[in-house]
Design a binder for this molecule. Structure first.
Ligand SMILES: [Zn+2]
Length: 443
């Protein structure tokens, strides 16, 4: 019986699944490079490359960051993307993604991916859902069809999608909520965390790119299985070599362009809930850590509460999470907030804000927010952000960007999204550089 697993190293029970391997399966490892105050700069090593932390993860809801192709994401320096289980489950469906070799191969993205559990989207459906101890029944926002998600089903779907990091199925408690409701919800999330872990431990070797699904080839020839998974012929398609570089190789010694995933597995993170109650957050954190995960997320925030309260809850939760494990703050926030949380010791963050705002013409710059639709930019020949090194700011004027947006040109969404993502990624890089002691003129 598995009783937990430490960062990257599975316990001997995994040998039941992989009896012929001479090494233990690896999921992720986390190395802290520098500590500055409460913050830390680290490296998260995943089966699909190294992620420098603190990191901002762009949201690729349906296997796509809206408006931006994968090669552009690579050029931006994105190392890890987030995919939404709820959306991918409805379209194109987990069976299709699995048969295409998993989400990495399906969307031609060789770097790391994290999927959420689907819970947040389901709980956002309000009238369209019913939650019981067993799980959540909900109606698709697409066609009204009835579906059911449980800890086990969420794990089954996330294993089929094949992200490097998957999330336990949790209930995102609404805000505001009374004390009894928050406690009951937190207790159920803890029970669901246990169920998620049990199912994951029993099935994690079914991931499309590793584990026991690769075993038939192990006894015959030592091929780089990641480059040609069973049943997922590339039919001539190639993932470009530049998708992974030296820094992205988990082993550091394989620069062949084909990843070797033998014996590697996904990593399951637990999620702390507890609403806006500090005591319940503490209890949720301690009991989630007791269950044992290689990383921990803080969920249930940015649900309508004041920003100052978000910060307080994050701060009081972080102190009860293990210092040597990655910490992921879900669904937060503005550029100022991600810098703040990075400095507080959060290692991973995601938010739809930079991409969604870009599509509405709201751009983040070193001089503050710019609403590019405004007529004041109609004849502004200057760059969007003079201090930005992205190729949008290096090439186009505010006047042109304003024209594209006002004319509803598709290119407006592409360029706006490129800039905003660059701004977010640069914000995190500056926080990281600052903590590494190599900052130049940044706080
Ligand atoms: Zn720019």
């Amino acid at each position: 019986m598995c009783d937990g697993f430490d960062v990257g190293i599975s316990r001997p029970c995994d040998l039941l699944y992989l009896p012929r391997l001479e090494f233990l399966p690896v999921s992720i490892s986390f190395q802290i490079e520098a500590i500055s105050g409460s913050g830390r700069a680290g490296k998260l090593v995943t089966p699909h490359g190294v992620v420098e932390t603190p990191v901002f993860m762009p949201v690729g809801t349906l296997g796509s960051v809206k408006g931006i192709s994968q090669d552009l994401l690579e050029e931006l320096g994105v190392r890890i993307l987030l995919g939404n289980t709820y959306h991918l489950y409805l379209r194109p469906g987990v069976d299709i993604v699995r048969r295409m070799g998993g989400l990495h191969r399906f969307m031609s993205w060789e770097r790391a991916i994290l999927t959420d559990s689907g819970g947040f989207q389901v709980f956002s459906l309000n009238e369209l859902r019913k939650v019981t101890e067993e799980g959540a029944t909900f109606r698709s926002h697409l066609d009204g069809a009835s579906h059911f998600l449980s800890p086990e089903r969420s794990m089954e779907i996330q294993i089929g999608l094949g992200a490097d990091i998957v999330m336990a199925f949790d209930e995102c408690t609404e805000y505001p909520a009374d004390g009894a409701r928050v406690r009951a919800s937190m207790e159920m999330t803890l029970r669901w965390a246990g169920r998620s872990k049990r199912y994951f431990e029993e099935h994690k070797n079914e991931v499309p790119w590793g584990g026991s699904s690769q075993l038939p080839a192990l006894s015959s020839q030592p091929v780089a299985l990641g480059s040609q998974p069973p049943g997922a012929s590339r039919q001539g398609l190639q993932i470009p070599r530049f998708a992974r570089d030296d820094n992205s190789e988990p082993d550091g010694d394989d620069n062949s362009g084909g990843a070797d995933f033998i014996g590697q597995t996904q990593a399951l993170f637990g999620i702390v809930q507890g609403g806006m109650d500090r005591e319940l957050r503490r209890e949720s954190a301690l009991r989630t850590v007791e269950i044992g995960f290689p990383g921990y997320a803080i969920g249930g925030l940015s649900v309508g509460e004041p920003r100052e309260l978000t910060r307080e809850i994050v701060e009081s939760t972080l102190e009860f999470l293990p210092a040597d494990k990655p910490r992921y703050l879900m669904g937060v926030g503005t550029p100022e907030e991600i810098a703040l949380y990075g400095g507080m010791g959060v290692d991973m963050m995601d938010c739809v804000l930079p991409t969604r705002a870009a599509r509405h013409g709201l751009l983040f710059t070193s001089e503050g927010r710019v609403s590019i639709k405004q007529v004041r930019y109609a004849e502004d020949s200057g760059p969007l952000d003079p201090a930005c090194s992205c190729f949008v700011c290096g090439r186009y004027s505010r006047a042109y960007l304003r024209h594209l947006y006002a004319s509803n040109e598709l290119l407006a969404q592409v360029l706006n999204t490129l800039h905003n993502l660059h701004f977010y990624l640069e914000t995190m890089r500056r926080v990281r550089e600052s903590m590494l002691g190599r900052a130049q003129g940044c706080t």
